[in-house]
Design a protein around this ligand. Structure first.
Ligand code: ADP
Ligand code: MG
Ligand code: MG
Length: 213
């Protein structure tokens, strides 16, 4: 039933917020190495805005699609910064894969996640190897799709995809940042994983764990 799907999605948005809060300092430290140090703060502000907008939408009786579209818009507005715009568009794109008045099955859940990653790639324009969130998100999406098409259920496919994201995020330490940062700062980032790839992996691990329950 659509109302309860919206409520479940709101629980997921709250989960994302709690993971962002838990890792705020760590993400800030990663971003301070070659960036401006605000990634933890941006993720906390964005996800908190999404929770508030999601709650208001739920109180008005919104369905799944409307809830995620509003949560995404609020994430982008509340966070400021590059990653906020990207996460906002990700939530909004996930919502657009769903409808307000039908219940979603596992295939719709996969579709929503793939839409979200596509939106990040489209809006940000980053290529693999640029040392961004895409270096975790693209292999995550490929693994999710392959496992699901191979017959895995959503929790198993997502667990496998989150593992791929975590390994890919760690491997970004070997890359030099190229996008939105000077070459000098890019060199400084060598040896440190990308903050946006790291937060993406943390959030997808938490989501996978949540869906197993
Ligand atoms: P800002 O760079 O505006 O301070 P954040 O610190 O919150 O924003 O986010 C930085 C992260 O955003 C980077 O670590 C990277 O993963 C991600 N990012 C930056 N630009 C892009 C892009 N064009 N595409 C995908 N991700 C990006
Ligand atoms: Mg930053
Ligand atoms: Mg900033």
């Amino acid at each position: 039933e659509s109302r309860s799907l919206a409520a479940s999605l709101h629980e997921i948005v709250k989960l994302l917020e709690s993971v962002c809060a838990e890792h705020e300092d760590e993400l800030g430290r990663l971003d301070a190495v070659a960036g401006d140090g605000d990634h933890g703060q941006g993720m906390v502000l964005g996800s908190r805005g999404a929770v508030e907008a999601g709650r208001e939408a739920l109180n008005r009786g919104a369905g799944a699609r409307t809830l995620l579209v509003h949560a995404g818009t609020a994430w982008a507005e509340s966070a400021g910064g590059t990653s906020g715009a990207l996460w906002g568009s990700a939530l909004t794109a996930a919502g657009r894969a769903l409808s307000d008045d039908a219940s979603a099955d596992a295939a719709a859940g996969v579709e929503a996640l793939l839409n979200a990653v596509e939106a990040v790639q489209r809006l940000g324009g980053a290529k693999l190897g640029d040392k961004t969130m895409v270096d975790a998100a693209a292999p995550f999406a490929a693994e999710l799709q392959a496992r699901f098409e191979g017959g895995a259920d959503l929790p198993s496919a997502l667990t496998s995809a989150a593992g791929v994201a975590t390994r890919a995020a760690a491997e970004t330490a070997e890359l030099r940042a190229r996008l939105g940062r000077s070459r000098v700062l890019g060199d400084k980032s060598l040896g440190t994983p990308d903050p946006g790839a790291t937060s993406f992996a943390l959030l997808m691990e938490a989501l996978a764990e949540h869906l197993k329950k």
